[in-house]
Design a protein around this ligand. Structure first.
Ligand code: PLP
Length: 405
């Protein structure tokens, strides 16, 4: 390729991004893309030959490396091969895709479900299929990027409300013309703060203003509710959400996303969502692992109980030590540093104590809200949880993070 003119706008943009990353690396601020050599040892990983307690994972139930999942992957590869012939719409759906969708629908208590290759694509293409120009999306300010990207792609008007502020949500709904299409979208468990959507109020408002409700359960499936079925089980409000979105890449450690909903809704999405129609079928290996993961979630219910017990211990331990962890009630725990330098120093100090934990910096969170995002899982035991609390406390003292008395 011939050299590019440095004044060309695309070249300038790419160079600016690279410069930002190189500067971060030179200043020791780049703590991303860390190479993990072994992730199959329960709650611990091996990083550069060092065994570290894994506190930066989405695998809430500790299922990564489960022998039944490895076996499901091998058997699916034997039976189907590894890929597909193309899009499921044009080149064929496999039995394992249908089995997975049936299992998801049963698990989520809906008539039907549709699986997509990733959770990100699920959100973007479902929202773009549901709404368009002239419609309105009313979205929590802390919603995941994929929900925002879907809103932007749809052409609908995006109205945002302050995080979990139900009065503001109502004001937004009042401002929408009554005849317009209205879709409320929100995370069930907010992925950076670990707090839970006020589902009862959101449902009441959706009904009052005749709005549709789509909830992203990426961090609530396997986590919330006595049997890990998610936010409706947590609030004991079965069947109140119009579209339950979830991922197959977190508590269930495969890849993919889904929408669980009434049959006629799923049918329409299957014939309109561009991220389903214009993309290759989910690999049968991935689908088989997701299916087996869903079975394990329902059979090994002790994992959900253990996750919830570990979560309570971790939250209580950190609060007793004076950490600011916002309103987290879940395994997603923001350890607030409220400054980039402090967040980076704290990360390094905790890592030094063999705890794998990562910072979340602006622009992923608003400036001044920098934190470490810690997660507990069912693969940890109480000794691991206590070790993490101790390591965080020592690290906080070392770097001068203020702790409440
Ligand atoms: C709330 C939320 N929704 C959607 C996604 C996207 O899911 P996936 O990683 O399966 O593409 C994520 C991923 O981090 C998420 O946290």
């Amino acid at each position: 390729m011939p050299p590019r003119n440095p004044a060309d706008p695309i070249t300038r943009r790419l160079n600016a991004i690279n410069e930002w990353v190189y500067n971060g690396k030179r200043a020791g601020r780049y703590l991303f893309h860390i190479l993990i050599e072994d992730q199959t040892q329960g709650g611990w990983v091996v990083v550069q030959g060092r065994r570290m307690l894994m506190m930066a994972t989405y695998s809430y139930l500790g299922l990564i490396g489960h022998p039944r999942l490895r076996k499901a992957a091998c058997e699916a590869a034997e039976r189907y091969g590894t890929g597909g012939h193309g899009s499921r719409t044009l080149s064929g759906t496999l039995p394992v895709h249908l089995e997975l969708e049936e299992a998801i629908a049963e698990f989520k208590g809906t008539e039907a479900a549709i699986a997509f290759p990733t959770g990100y694509v699920t959100n973007v293409s479902t929202i773009a299929a549901l709404v368009g120009r002239g419609d309105y999306i009313i979205s929590d300010k802390y919603n995941h990027a994929s929900l925002i990207d879907g809103a932007l792609m749809s052409g609908a008007k995006l109205l945002r409300y302050r995080h979990n502020d139900m009065d503001m949500l109502e004001r937004r709904l009042q401002a929408v013309p009554p005849e317009a299409g209205k879709l409320i979208v929100a995370d069930a468990v907010f992925s950076m703060d670990g707090d839970i959507l006020d589902l009862p109020t959101v449902v009441a408002l959706a009904r009052k203003y005749d709005a549709w409700l789509m909830v992203d359960e990426a961090h609530s499936v396997g986590v919330l509710g006595q049997t890990g079925r998610g936010i409706e089980e947590h609030f004991n409000m079965p069947g109140v959400i119009d579209l339950k979105m979830g991922t197959l890449s977190k508590a269930i450690p495969s890849m993919g996303g889904y929408i669980a909903a009434a049959d006629w809704i799923v049918h329409a999405i299957r014939h309109a969502a561009r991220g389903y129609i214009f993309t290759a079928a989910m690999s049968p290996v991935v689908a088989a692992v997701a299916l087996e993961g869903l079975r394990l979630l329902q059979e090994e219910t002790w994992r959900v109980e253990k996750l919830q017990a570990n979560t309570r211990r971790f939250l209580q331990g950190l609060r007793e030590r004076g950490f600011d962890i916002l309103q987290s009630e879940t395994p997603v725990v923001p350890v607030m540093a409220r400054g980039e330098d402090l967040a980076l120093q704290l990360t390094r100090a905790v890592m030094k104590r063999d705890v794998f934990i990562l910072p979340v910096l602006a622009p992923a969170v608003p400036q001044g809200q920098e934190r470490l995002r810690a997660t507990v899982t069912a693969a940890h035991d109480f000794a691991d949880v206590d070790y993490a609390i101790e390591a965080l406390t020592e690290a906080a003292r070392e770097v001068g993070l203020p702790l409440k008395a």
